[in-house]
Design a protein around this ligand. Structure first.
Ligand SMILES: [Zn+2]
Length: 336
């Protein structure tokens, strides 16, 4: 509560400081209310004067806003995993039609997330790959580098992102893990329980920019949702789409499996924004029903059951102290 008040006070000071000059920015909001490292967030702001573009700098990344309705602009963004707690500036900029730009800065608090630790055992070749595998990994890193540079200049998604499978989470994002007692990694996605052959749905509309077999990821799909936002689906047994395809929200894109670095079949989902891996459950929990690229399209395809499920999962992961610990023990059998 105290932190919230401080935050509120900081905002008020900011508004007062700018009240002497005509300000084009108003009704600024952030969803969710509390940001932590790993968060996915939605910024919204009203800008009068019909700007040609609204952009921002945030935690070292460029953010491009899209117009929703009237003077309202929105942008999906996030807080990188490595961000230390503190107050950070969102520097907004609007390019006005008659030339010139308007600036405004908002201070936003980032709190520390409490992520877990765990140990698990995978086949040794995934911890100490041989020379031939290292060559393969190197070439796959090059492909990923090129794929991740893909950029679509407008949002392809519409409304809420949905869970790709209607099952429980077996491993949350952010867990610090030790593989085979040796290799330290951070789990930069979320695992869903899924027996091999479970249909995997596109979390939202976008373009398939990768659909192939990789050493660690196994059969892997990357969907570009526009403006640097991507979702990834790993360890699949069968791909149902190919690179270059446009997919709708909820479309079956693959069957789940246990390919790549796993200890058993499951679905690993990752969310990438501007080169950072964010918490997929925090994306699924956002209420984006009034937002998106192609207005209306895709919204009707939304599967209400899956959307509700996403909120349940999110609530579980946030509040389930005992149950989360229980899940984490079970999941060591099938993770990565
Ligand atoms: Zn995983």
């Amino acid at each position: 509560m105290r932190l919230y008040l401080v935050f509120f006070f900081a905002l008020s000071v900011n508004l007062v400081a700018h009240s002497a000059e005509p300000t084009a920015f108003s009704s600024f909001s952030v969803q969710p209310q509390t940001l932590v490292n790993g968060s996915v967030c939605l910024f919204t702001v009203r800008v009068v004067g019909h700007p040609q573009s609204v952009t921002a700098r945030w935690l070292g990344h460029d953010v491009t806003f899209s117009q929703s309705s009237g003077d309202s602009w929105f942008a999906l963004a996030g807080v990188p995993y490595d961000t230390k707690p503190g107050s950070f500036a969102l520097d907004l900029e609007a390019a006005m039609p008659k030339g010139g730009t308007l600036h405004e800065s908002r201070q936003i608090a980032v709190h520390p997330a409490r992520y877990k630790t765990s140990r698990l055992t995978v086949p040794q070749k995934y911890v100490t790959p041989d020379a031939e595998s290292l060559k393969r990994i190197e070439s796959e890193n090059q492909i990923k580098h090129e794929v991740f540079a893909h950029f679509l200049p407008a949002p392809q998604w519409t409304g809420d992102f949905i869970t790709p499978v209607p099952t429980q989470v077996s491993e949350t994002y952010g867990t610090s893990r030790t593989l085979n007692g040796k290799l330290a990694t951070v789990h930069r996605g979320v695992d869903f329980r899924a027996p091999s052959g479970t249909p995997v749905h596109a979390s939202n509309a976008g373009e398939v920019i990768l659909a192939r077999d990789f050493y660690y990821e196994g059969n892997c799909i990357v969907i570009d949702h526009g403006l640097g936002f991507m979702t990834m689906y790993m360890h699949l047994s069968k791909l149902e789409v190919k690179e270059g395809d446009h997919v709708d929200k909820d479309q079956t894109i693959a069957l789940s499996g246990g390919t790549g670095r796993v200890t058993g079949p499951h679905l690993h989902m990752a969310v990438r924004w501007s080169g950072e891996y964010l918490d997929p459950l925090k994306l699924l929990a956002l209420n984006l029903s009034r937002f998106g690229g192609v207005s209306g399209a895709g919204a009707s395809r939304r599967n209400p059951e899956l959307a509700v499920r996403a909120r349940d999962l999110f609530n579980l992961s946030r509040f389930g102290g005992a149950s989360a610990a229980g899940t984490s023990r079970k999941k060591t059998a099938r993770s990565e």
